[in-house]
Design a protein around this ligand. Structure first.
Ligand code: COA
Length: 259
């Protein structure tokens, strides 16, 4: 089925998923959420895709869930909508292929939440981040109350969540919500360069790092360390570990095969 509210392009093993409702600042209506679910699954399963960039068309990244749809929801509809969105965002978070959010403008509500579900966030100088749901009389529904404190700490998360305050790109970097800020015209290239850098590493090691961090954050330290030890052992079964180490000893660049 073709996409209506997003675009999906692949170049040089990198899939770029662009939310494309610029007249509504890329607000996430249900149809866009469904398409994002299909897009991340397409990126995860396609052999010609090794890394993923998520961005928005026009002046926004994503200005939140579509308030026109939320305004009439019943309690049970709202719960189902939340669960559907959470499941889609989780597909981004658990992708074994690295996902970088290129936050080109407003990342509010569901936009901030989807950016947080990506592995790394790069911000344009025009980016703005926030969870303004309390201004609408709702709590975030796509993971904001859970991922924000995990990412930036409880105190700072509480401040953003309870006030609905919107922060600029520099402040987002300062509090750890974004990794770096870039001139608007250089954001796409910065995201691409970052993904290319990751793709030059051992792909299984990258996938296992993502999984170890994702699982480990939910585990007591001792159990997280066991996950790490298991993956460290698993790497020793791969041709890529032998290649990576031999390349170092030979003083040459490694040629990883993903096996
Ligand atoms: N849901 C639905 N429509 C949205 C939207 C959202 N979350 N965010 C923006 N839009 C729409 C506006 O309604 C407007 O549509 P219209 O031209 O048909 O009236 C269009 O996008 C442009 O937005 P506008 O408000 O005119 O732009 P602005 O530059 O004045 O303000 C924002 C930008 C982001 C500050 C403002 O749009 C806003 O506060 N959006 C809602 C943010 C939010 O609360 N998100 C969390 C939702 S749970």
């Amino acid at each position: 089925m073709p996409y209506q509210f997003i675009t999906f392009g692949v170049a040089d093993r990198i899939a770029t998923i662009t939310v494309n409702r610029p007249d509504k600042l890329n607000a996430l209506n249900d149809a866009t959420i469904e398409e994002l679910g299909r897009a991340i699954d397409e990126a995860r399963t396609r052999d010609d895709v090794a890394g993923i960039i998520l961005t928005g068309a026009g002046r926004a990244f994503i200005a939140g869930a579509d308030i026109s749809e939320l305004s009439s929801q019943s309690p049970f509809d709202a719960r189902e909508r939340s669960l559907r969105g959470q499941a889609v965002f989780r597909r981004f978070e658990t992708s074994p292929k690295p996902v970088v959010a290129a936050v080109n403008g407003f990342a509010l509500g569901g936009g901030c939440e989807l950016a947080m579900a990506c592995h790394i966030r790069l911000a344009s100088e025009h980016a703005k981040f926030g969870q303004p749901e309390v201004k609408l009389g709702i709590v975030p529904g796509y993971g904001g109350t859970q991922r924000l404190p995990r990412l930036i700490g409880k105190g700072r998360a509480m401040q953003l969540l309870l006030t609905g305050e919107i922060v600029d790109a520099q402040e987002a970097v300062r509090i750890g919500l974004a990794n770096s800020v870039h001139p608007a015209g250089e954001l796409a290239e910065a995201a691409r360069t970052l993904v290319v850098t990751i793709l030059a590493q051992g792909p299984q090691a990258v996938a296992l790092c993502i999984d170890a961090v994702d699982r480990g954050l939910e585990l007591p330290l001792a159990e997280g360390l066991l996950v790490e030890a298991d993956y460290f052992g698993l790497c020793a079964s791969t041709a890529d570990m032998r290649e990576g180490m031999q390349a170092f000893l030979d003083k040459r660049a490694p040629g990883f095969t993903g096996r």
